[in-house]
Write a protein that binds this ligand. Structure first.
Ligand code: SAM
Length: 236
């Protein structure tokens, strides 16, 4: 599958992991864009509320119909209702409607943020919302040498692209500032055989609130989900 599908699947697998089944009821998806991940998330059992946030009002206006149920959803209905709220705003805004959230998701968002907004991210997520789980994905710049004609970043709106070391440094620094959390890393989108030294196309950090997840629980392998094998890569 293409890398974006592997990314959505990896994030979804974290949310519905049977090790913490039932704990994730409210999710905030920052930088939801075209509601691509929402279409994966809406089938997760036990989920009760999704708050989709993006700074781009036009994009939200155009795509928010994707948050509405499809006819097929009535045939194969969820066990419990799912409330979806769509908010136009920045991840830097600490809005009370974000409180009570169990999981925060930022898929390919941070590399689009200017430094002052990026600096606000830990305050919003770990200082204000304080979710049980926070998931961030971002391109792995170590992998960029494998793109033949890449001049600069993978996308014109990227403000930076981080190596695995830089991303891990950013994330572990957050756990120093917010010691209630620990963080785990995973690559998404393996390259062709022989390119393993560059890591994967994309990288994911998953923060866990230690008061709710013991290290034994976090480190214990999940019974349900396997890491995905990548077959192909695409630029993001
Ligand atoms: N998460 C989406 C997905 O995986 O399908 C794609 C994210 S897209 C690459 C980045 C999105 O972040 C854009 O829709 C952009 O409008 C949004 N964005 C940029 N700055 C933001 C901010 N300060 N707060 C919230 N969203 C922001």
């Amino acid at each position: 599958p293409p890398v974006y599908v592997q990314r959505y699947t990896a994030v979804k697998n974290v949310l519905e992991d049977d090790r913490w089944h039932g704990k994730i009821r409210k999710v905030v998806d920052f930088g939801c864009a075209e509601f691509g991940f929402f279409l994966y998330m809406k089938h997760i059992p036990g989920l009760q509320e999704v708050v989709s946030v993006d700074i781009d009002y036009e994009v939200l206006n155009h795509y928010c119909c994707r948050a509405a149920p499809l006819n097929a959803d009535y045939l194969n209905a969820r066990q419990e209702p799912l409330t979806v709220r769509v908010l136009a705003g920045s991840i830097a805004d600490r809005d009370p409607r974000l409180l009570g959230t169990d999981a925060v998701i930022c898929i390919e968002l941070i590399e689009h943020l200017y430094p002052s907004t990026l600096e606000a991210v830990p305050y919003t997520v770990f200082g204000f919302i304080q979710p049980l789980i926070a998931i961030f994905t971002t391109p792995n710049s170590d992998f960029n040498v494998l793109f033949p004609d890449l001049a600069g970043f993978r996308h014109p709106d990227h403000k930076f692209e981080w190596s695995r070391f830089q991303f891990e440094d950013w994330a572990t620094n957050i756990t120093t500032r917010y010691p209630a959390y620990t963080v785990k890393f995973q690559g998404i989108g393996q390259g062709p055989k022989g390119t393993e030294v560059h890591g994967c196309c994309s990288q994911m950090a998953v923060f866990f609130k230690l008061s709710h997840f013991t290290p034994a629980l976090i480190n214990h392998p999940t019974s349900q989900h396997q890491d995905l094998e990548a077959e192909e890569c695409e630029e993001t």
